[in-house]
Ligand binder design. Structure first.
Ligand SMILES: CCCCCCCCCCC/C=C/C(=O)SCCNC(=O)CCNC(=O)[C@H](O)C(C)(C)COP(=O)(O)OP(=O)(O)OC[C@H]1O[C@@H](n2cnc3c(N)ncnc32)[C@H](O)[C@@H]1OP(=O)(O)O
Ligand SMILES: Cc1cc2nc3c(=O)[nH]c(=O)nc-3n(C[C@H](O)[C@H](O)[C@H](O)COP(=O)(O)OP(=O)(O)OC[C@H]3O[C@@H](n4cnc5c(N)ncnc54)[C@H](O)[C@@H]3O)c2cc1C
Length: 593
């Protein structure tokens, strides 16, 4: 199959677009879904003729499209989406309909007021049979008047937890007719007479979600690096309390607790950035393979992207909150930028696949591998999962004198992932032998399945971090990044210590050793901390933070920021004399009686 036209290589500017997206919560980005979901859908799900028609116009921004999949009643369970697309062979059209209130499309970004087109996921019916959710490219609004077309009700869903500069919207269809060729026809097709042609893999229509899950990993790295920049810079300015009595107030960054709160977020940001680059390359390669008829990497990409998305978003949400708390009262001010960054980042724990559901998707993949291992099969030379087939050392070796390239630490992570994967598999088998059906047994193992996925993803993140740092040739940079790598690895050891101690693999003494390595790393990072975050070269505009200003002039600018508040336009606000002033005057009068 010849290569599809690449009018836009959606992944070549992923980092910039990730930045754009994740600042969209700051400046409202009416093209967010157009660039990051609609165009990838056209690239990967439109056939050549459709691409020739839609792609140049999309790239040229002749219309704005969103990705309308989630409904009021269903976001996770795509099988139960209720919007229907019923084929009418007489007119060679699909009739789109929202049969119930819960079928109302709900949440799609930029749907409320900006978009005039949408990728609409609907249950496809033809010749009386439902073939499941398929994407359709549908015009919603008149290109000149921007008014909704006949049969279409559309609007904004109202204020949200954050990202309130994005018009997430609702959409209802009342028997809206759309041409047969509005169905994306690269994978599945409906012929003029109504016959359905199935795709080579029934999940290829989900590729836009996979792209975003992969991109979110870099997005979470961005957020952690931005907020740890704010926290480090502010902590290098803020003086509070003494360490040596009489020696004067110290920078709060000199407190070990402050370092232990902030530096792991910095380290995780780097780890996520490196794995984000890996998963995006895997996505691009897999999409190229699919274009050439090879779908073999689809399951690996799905499993890894789901697991990385769930783990990195969760840790980013926790890490952003740590950075905020590390900045005390001023961290709670909008001037800090934390409320904005947090409210944009934390949405990623939910969108593009709720995290628990994503962890369980990766677990499905792990259970297949566990079954192969229990059946005595050999590994398939897949670097992401082959370690599960191997027997690692019987005991933890992290405190050995030499741990070249942290092999002993990585083997500890591998041990935990292997143990948890095989143990939960064995429990699944046992529950079924005791009479539970697969689905019930699965639900009864779901928490342990999620733990196995987290252990597997931790192993992947750590190995990728070690391998990428090892490639660095500039020794001065390498030395600084190795301090962050040391912190990351031993911090992760302490984070999963219960799992490593549970079967006696690691000893309490070795846990103490890991803590010692953490404190050692904190000390090594402290003198370079400001230079490290300055090296990211974030602009003050994107940090959106008085506390994180590059020039460090926090206090003068905090006062300026406060004085610029509309509340301070006048010394006495009209409400005073109308309410509070009147109340106090009456109270004074009463007290004279
Ligand atoms: C460049 C800039 C980037 C900036 C980044 C930020 C931009 C952000 C914009 C974000 C706005 C938000 C958008 C959205 O939220 S869009 C809607 C997202 N919705 C979801 O993610 C829905 C989640 N649910 C699902 O994906 C599916 O329902 C689920 C996978 C949970 C189950 O699917 P389904 O019921 O159809 O499948 P089954 O359970 O029957 O079978 C599962 C088998 O199918 C395989 N599978 C599932 N999905 C995929 C896939 N995408 N690719 C490959 N394979 C897939 C799965 O592995 C199972 O296979 P096995 O049976 O072999 O185990
Ligand atoms: C900021 C934001 C932007 C969004 N943008 C878009 C967009 O542009 N386009 C779009 O189509 N959608 C969008 N969405 C919707 C988003 O994709 C869904 O909210 C998300 O997929 C979760 O689905 P849900 O809301 O139905 O949650 P539910 O699935 O109802 O989740 C509720 C709880 O049930 C649990 N749960 C559900 N199913 C299972 C299961 N099988 N096993 C175990 N636990 C389960 C979940 O883990 C969760 O804890 C957006 C959402 C947000 C918050």
């Amino acid at each position: 199959m010849e290569h599809a036209p690449k009018a836009i290589d959606v992944t070549n500017d992923v980092e910039m677009r990730t930045f754009n997206f994740f600042t969209m919560g700051i400046d409202g980005h009416p093209l967010g879904l157009h660039l990051d979901m609609a165009i990838p859908t056209i690239l990967n799900n439109a056939d050549e003729e459709q691409q020739k028609d839609w792609l140049p116009k999309a790239a040229n921004r002749e219309f704005i499209a969103t990705y309308a999949q989630t409904e009021m009643g269903h976001g996770t369970n795509l099988k139960k989406l209720e919007t229907t697309a019923t084929y009418d062979p007489k007119t060679q059209e699909f009739v789109l309909n929202s049969p119930t209130i819960t079928s109302t499309k709900w949440w799609p970004g930029n749907l409320g007021k900006s978009s005039n087109y949408a990728v609409v996921m609907a249950q496809l019916y033809t010749q009386g049979k439902c073939h499941g959710a398929h994407p359709f490219f549908v015009q919603l609004r008149d290109l000149n008047t921007h008014k909704p077309l006949k049969g279409i009700t559309v609007g904004d869903i109202g204020p949200k937890f954050g990202m309130n500069t994005v018009d997430n919207g609702f959409l209802q269809f009342d028997h809206v007719r759309t041409p047969r060729r509005s169905m994306f026809m690269k994978h599945a097709k409906v012929l003029p007479d109504g016959r359905y042609v199935p795709p080579v893999h029934d999940k290829l229509n989900y590729s836009a979600m996979v792209f975003i899950r992969a991109a979110i990993v870099s997005g979470m790295a961005y957020h952690l690096l931005v907020t740890s920049t704010i926290a480090v810079r502010y902590s290098a300015i803020r003086r509070q309390g003494e360490i040596t009595p009489g020696a004067g107030e110290v920078k709060v960054l000199d407190y070990q607790t402050q370092q232990h709160r902030i530096f792991p977020q910095l380290a995780r940001g780097l780890a996520f950035r490196l794995s984000g680059q890996y998963i995006m390359k895997l996505y691009t390669q897999t999409m190229d393979d699919i274009r050439n008829g090879d779908i073999s990497a689809v399951p690996d990409l799905h499993a890894l992207s789901c697991g990385l998305k769930a783990v990195t978003t969760h840790h980013a949400a926790l890490g952003l909150e740590q950075c905020r708390m590390a900045c005390g009262g001023h961290g709670y001010s909008q001037a800090s930028g934390f409320p904005l960054h947090y409210s944009v980042a934390v949405g990623a724990c939910t969108y593009e696949g709720e995290n628990m559901v994503m962890l369980l998707q990766t677990a499905r993949h792990l259970m297949k591998i566990a079954k192969a291992i229990r059946a005595g099969q050999s590994p398939k030379s897949n670097k992401i999962v082959d370690y599960l087939f191997h027997k690692g050392p019987p005991k933890c070796l992290i405190d050995q004198a030499y741990d070249t390239n942290y092999r002993n630490v990585l083997e500890s992570f591998e041990h935990l992932a292997r143990r948890q994967t095989l143990e939960v598999y064995d429990k699944l088998v046992q529950l079924q032998q005791q009479g539970r059906n697969y689905e019930q047994a699965w639900n009864d193992c779901a928490v342990e399945l999620c733990k196995a996925t987290r252990a597997h993803v931790r192993t992947f993140l750590a190995r990728t971090f070690v391998e990428e740092i090892d490639k660095i040739s500039d020794l001065s940079i390498k030395s600084v990044l190795q301090d962050l790598l040391q912190l990351y690895l031993y911090y992760e050891v302490t984070e999963c210590a219960t799992g490593l101690l549970e079967d006696g693999f690691m000893t309490g003494q070795q846990h103490k050793y890991a803590k010692k390595k953490i404190y050692e790393a904190l000390e090594k990072i402290r003198p370079n901390a400001v230079s490290i975050v300055d090296s990211f070269d974030f602009q003050d505009r994107e940090l959106h933070s008085v506390l994180g200003r590059r020039d460090g002039n926090v206090y003068e600018n905090l006062l300026k920021w406060a004085q610029s508040s509309p509340l301070n336009k006048t010394d006495v606000l009209p409400f005073h004399h109308k309410y509070l002033g009147k109340m106090m005057e009456e109270a004074r009068q009463r007290s004279k009686i």
